[in-house]
Design a protein around this ligand. Structure first.
Ligand code: TXA
Ligand code: MG
Length: 336
């Protein structure tokens, strides 16, 4: 299949909408990561999304909307607290799992009675949803298991020739996928941390629960509330470790290794004598979120046997970065 390159302007947006209306699949920019979009009402199109990514069938997709009317096209019985969250955090990187009204194709929700919904803030994404007039189901536009794509070229590397189109938009500003919370449990539950933080959500949902899978490896065979959290995910091919400890300990540890690359904070880089990749500053966790997936993709290009990543804090946006990194390292954590 030849993948059409589409521009990030009126012409490209109209063409993307046309492909989507005809049952095709198109990668689109969002503020979090690039998504691989298809009409949420078209089961055949959704099957193509799963096939292009090599995604396990039991992992449901997020439906992207551009206005509140569209929410009622896919969900029902929406709790008041969910509407408050929508008012505060939409458009933006928050996904809410709600009761499905049964209209989205069953493939979207992988057979569940719920539907995950988000209103992105990226203007190109909103324009494409508006132009197509369709709620768009879109997982991250990477090959399943690989780091999520935060640039159009990441998408090309993974999916060129497997999808109908790519909208060549700007790089993603947030860099990690949206926060996912479920309103189908009591109390509501954080399933995946993102740029809308647990601390911010607690201002509206004081009793917000945090799913175990956010911070630790799910037990073998356990039922996982958000199926996407059970897979080894985002993993470089290089054997990767997450290293917890202060800067002095991390620097001493990586300098004693001669078989790996250190993934470090910018403030520590000068003191590191082995091969290194910088992924932002510990002082501002949003910089780590912004670069984490690009850095995970770069690790494999360096030809080292191992990668040692300095762990961020587990608060604020740091929790989202930590959550991705324990998966990228297949839960191999070194505590110094
Ligand atoms: O930022 C994002 O959310 C990006 C952009 C493209 O919007 N999308 C994204 O999609 O990250 P994906 O498919 O890579 O991750 C969707 C996550 C998975 O962990 C999945 O299990 C969970 O949302 N999810 C989707 N529907 C769900 C449902 N009905 N119940 C529980 N979890 C659900
Ligand atoms: Mg994904």
């Amino acid at each position: 299949m030849i993948t059409e390159r589409l521009t990030d302007d009126k012409v490209g947006i109209s063409r993307a909408a046309e492909i989507l209306q005809k049952g095709g699949i198109v990668a689109i920019p969002t503020e979090t990561v690039y998504g691989l979009a298809a009409s949420a009402f078209d089961g055949e199109a959704i099957k193509k999304v799963f096939a292009a990514k090599g995604r396990p069938q039991d992992n449901p997709l997020i439906v992207h909307i551009s206005n509140m009317e569209m929410l009622y096209e896919v969900a029902k019985d929406i709790p008041k607290t969910a509407l408050k969250c929508a008012e505060k955090f939409w458009s933006g990187p928050l996904t809410m799992v709600l009761p499905s009204n049964g209209r989205v194709a069953p493939e979207v929700s992988a057979g569940l009675s719920t539907v995950a919904v988000r209103m992105p803030s990226n203007k190109t994404a909103l324009d494409i949803i508006n132009k197509s007039g369709l709620p768009l189901a879109a997982p991250s536009a990477n090959t399943s298991g690989r780091p999520s794509p935060t640039t159009a070229s990441h998408v090309e590397n993974d999916l060129d020739g497997k999808i109908d189109g790519i909208v060549l938009g700007s790089d993603c500003t947030v860099g990690v996928e949206s926060t996912v919370i479920s309103f189908c449990t009591n109390p509501p539950r954080l399933l995946r941390p993102g740029a809308v933080t647990a601390e911010q959500l607690r201002e509206i949902i004081p009793d917000l629960a945090v799913d175990k899978a956010v911070l630790a490896e799910p037990e073998k065979g356990a039922r996982v509330a958000s199926p996407g959290m059970k897979y080894k995910h985002y993993a470089p091919k290089t054997e990767t470790y997450l290293v917890e400890g202060d800067s002095d300990k991390f620097i001493e540890f990586v300098n004693s290794k001669n078989d790996g690359v250190a993934v470090c904070f910018s403030e520590d880089a000068d003191k590191i004598t082995v091969q290194k990749l910088i992924y932002g500053t510990a002082d501002d966790e949003s910089t780590l979120a912004h670069d984490v997936f690009s850095v995970l993709r770069k690790i494999d290009t360096l030809g080292e046997n191992k990668a040692y990543i300095h762990s961020p804090s587990k608060t604020g946006v740091g929790l989202a970065v930590y959550n991705r990194l324990i998966r990228a390292s297949a839960f191999k954590v070194i505590k110094l």
